[in-house]
Design a protein around this ligand. Structure first.
Ligand code: ADP
Ligand code: DAR
Length: 349
């Protein structure tokens, strides 16, 4: 059990939003508070207290955490998302509103496209505070809803518990499956009872996948080779509406879809391409100038905290809260169009 007997100290080079916004005043105000699922400030900040290289450093244990610990979460949400207590989130999952003809029909630049959302089940705690029995219930509800999918979404649910290591390693290598939880998730209590009640659903073509009980209770993922971003989004939105016929998700008018990490609140969407930019990546300042202009994030190709390989980068929307799902994908699309344009120009020099 995470305990906190005194105000935590952070090294002077710690840049986490936790270290910036957990003032002594906020600590004294929150240190003895608990949510109705018993979730404490100590648990909410454990990841950032143990991992000083965190960017954020906090995780919510339930929807109530965002109210109970508002004195800490609100300034973090304001700084990360530019979103105020008085703001309301609006969702738009209508793929017809996306203007995105394939920007790389000759498949010269975009290796693959992936769009994911995080979802958590209503009336249950989030991963950091969930009990083993509740997590088992999540897996039961998710597997039942997923195994009822038909048509191009039809597939099979594979529990991680009992999965042969070579099978899981191959799924991870193919970018289909999550790695065993990292140290940030470990410290947040998200890896408890691993690999119990964790698993992956995928359709036969492996273009539609759902991770169960990783950082969020569901990560609903549409992905395919190449750059037909609109087709990936259309598959995702139709799958979400099918799953919502069976499962009610945690949502609030203020924060949108509720997630354990505040960076994913709102749309809980990350729309990414793996894109080859050998010329542009040699001028990283120019590369970042374009991604910043379109509110995009640059990641390596093996997930968060990984490196680029062979001039291939993971480019995705940074905004998630206070923008709609269509805008998240439009941000990524518009940025990718400019990245390809500049890469072409540099290749001709
Ligand atoms: P998330 O996107 O779920 O927040 P990560 O950034 O860790 O988490 O990515 C999860 C997995 O998805 C990693 O294996 C990563 O390589 C893979 N991935 C992300 N974007 C793409 C993409 N556009 N094409 C192929 N694989 C991708
Ligand atoms: N390691 C945490 C994660 C922040 C955002 N990424 C998520 N939620 N996967 C940090 O505070 O850096």
């Amino acid at each position: 059990m995470v305990s906190l007997n005194s105000y935590p100290s952070f090294p002077s080079d710690c840049k986490s939003l936790l270290s910036k916004h957990l003032t002594k005043k906020v600590y004294e105000q929150l240190k003895d508070k608990k949510t109705s699922s018993g979730f404490t400030l100590a648990q909410a900040i454990a990841s950032g207290v143990e991992n000083h290289d965190s960017g954020i450093g906090v995780y919510a244990g339930d929807i109530e955490s965002y109210d109970t610990f508002a004195a800490l979460f609100d300034p973090i949400i304001k700084e990360y998302h530019g979103f105020l207590k008085s703001d309301s989130h609006v969702s738009n999952l209508n793929a017809n509103d996306l203007n995105a003809p394939n920007p790389d029909s000759e498949n010269k630049y975009i290796v693959s496209t992936r769009i994911r959302v995080g979802r958590n089940i209503a009336n249950l705690p989030l991963g950091p505070a969930i009990t083993k029995e509740q997590r088992d219930e999540v897996e039961k509800q998710a597997a039942s809803a997923l195994n009822s999918l038909e048509g191009n979404l039809k597939g099979t649910y594979y529990p991680l518990d009992g999965m042969k290591e070579d099978v899981s390693e191959k799924l991870i290598e193919d970018h289909f499956l999550f790695k065993a939880g990292d140290r940030f998730l470990e410290a947040a209590g998200l890896n408890r009872n691993w690999p119990k009640a964790r698993g992956i659903y995928h359709n036969d073509e492996k273009t539609f996948l759902v991770w169960v009980n990783e950082e969020d209770q569901l990560r609903i993922i549409s992905m395919q080779q190449g750059g037909d971003i609109k087709e990936v989004f259309q598959r995702l939105t139709s799958a979400i509406s099918k799953i919502e016929e069976k499962i009610k998700f945690l949502y609030s008018d203020h924060l949108g879809f509720i997630t354990s990490c505040p960076t994913n609140l709102g749309t809980a969407m990350r729309a990414s391409v793996h894109i080859k930019v050998p010329y542009l990546s040699q001028d990283y300042a120019h590369f970042e100038e374009i991604t910043n202009k379109h509110h995009l994030q640059i990641r390596g190709i093996n997930g968060e905290h990984s490196q680029s390989v062979g001039s291939v980068y993971d480019i995705s929307n940074r905004r998630r809260l206070g923008v709609t799902e269509v805008q998240c994908v439009q941000d990524m699309y518009d940025g990718v169009v400019e990245l390809i344009k500049v890469e072409k120009e540099l290749a001709l020099r």
